[in-house]
Design a protein around this ligand. Sequence first.
Ligand SMILES: Cc1ncc(COP(=O)(O)O)c(C=O)c1O
Length: 478
Amino acid sequence: MKFPQQGQSPDALLSQLDARKGNDVPWEEGRVFAYIYDAGPEAKQLLKDAFSLYMTENGLDPTSFPSCMQLEKDVIGMAVDLMNGGEQATGTFTSGGTESILLSLKTARDFYRDRRPDITEPEILLPTTAHPAFHKACHYFDLKAVLVDVDDKFRAIPEKMAEAVTDNTILMVGSAPSYAHGSIDPIRELGEIALKHGLLFHVDCCVGGMYLPFARELGYSIPDFDLSVPGVTQLSMDFHKWGYAAKGASCVLYNDRELRRYQIFSYANWTGYAVINPGVTSTKSGGPIAACWAILNYLGREGYLKLVDAAQQASRKIVDAVEAIEGMEVMGEGNLNMLAIRALDFDIFPLADEMKRRGWYIQPQFGFANSAENMHLSVGYHNVHAVDEFVRDLTEVATRVRQQQMGKARFEIPEELKQLIIGAGPEVLDQLTELLGDGTSLPDSMVEINNMLNQLPADSREMLLGEYINRLYNPDQH
Ligand SMILES: Cc1ncc(COP(=O)(O)O)c(C=O)c1O
């Protein structure tokens, strides 16, 4: 698109924007099991109204916009309360789980730089199930990520985590729960290790913070996971997932406000205003914090209990249906609303394509470490009314795909091509146009691509997908 010479009317622009959604996944029909967190029409309207009320206010400067600061204090107070933080607990409102995690690891790095300058190559202990945001933080902040295997239910193994501690370890991570399988790490046991070795300990509650407390209150058996567990020093928790807030809403919490000091960037050595940023961003729209404040107060504990109850019941229906499909199983414990389902004796990737043809979106996950390739489902309130139809379609489609695929050779990446890709740089994409297209648009069927990626080492997947995105996101010059 070229820069326009003349402006257009708001009506014309809004209808164009609306029309552009035509090829997106049909989330409003409840047929999408990832990315979407929607608590219904009244909640959505409230988010829109609250967001637009504060869209222009700038949280960058609390002295000019005390309203934004007060909203943040309220929201962090509610989060600390839910996560059972003590008197000294505090936190920062952020744009998402990734920013919360980036800040937590930058804080850990700077804390150790101050307290233990002898550690020149700091290490972070990560179960293989930890979210990539931790690896991104290691990449950005020059920390060494040390991966540790998990058990067959995809939970961290305390003994293995303890064995991986070295003189350079500064922080360990546990998830409550992990995104991929919905497994909760043994936070209490990990906390003991953190205390014994004097480590910081981050619990990733990005998906669990606004879910597990309510699931526990409903009677589900949830192991200890929050700021009250001895040894836990910091925690990430998203409002824009199971808090059903507008996107751009998460927080990082610390059990001790002394630690949070290392998070804050403060700069006055320039010709302009003093920049004091608790988070990664500087200019900060008041929209996300206002919408977050509004939804937390609109739903309250009672509202979240209802939402979690509905999501748990819908998830149970899916788990029961999957267990009844021959050749399929739920991975891990499968007792929350974050599920991974896999095929035991057939290629699972055609299932995603076939379900897509029926208007459902389920998310392919590649094999890594002890986790085989599978399909992920995040089950939320917006899926509840569609879940009976979903399990009918899933049962029918999976049974058919199994019949078609069983005994049939899967797409195998030729060994020669595999070796070529493993040794190559991004230019290798030019030789894959038959499979991937010319890289300017998305392919229809993902079966071959998913199988190819699944058969490549993770490093090669990263390289190919990184380059693919680099080619895909270029301006349309027509
Ligand atoms: C467990 C967990 N941690 C961190 C993140 C990253 O959050 P965001 O996508 O909001 O940056 C996610 C996202 O799904 C997650 O599930």
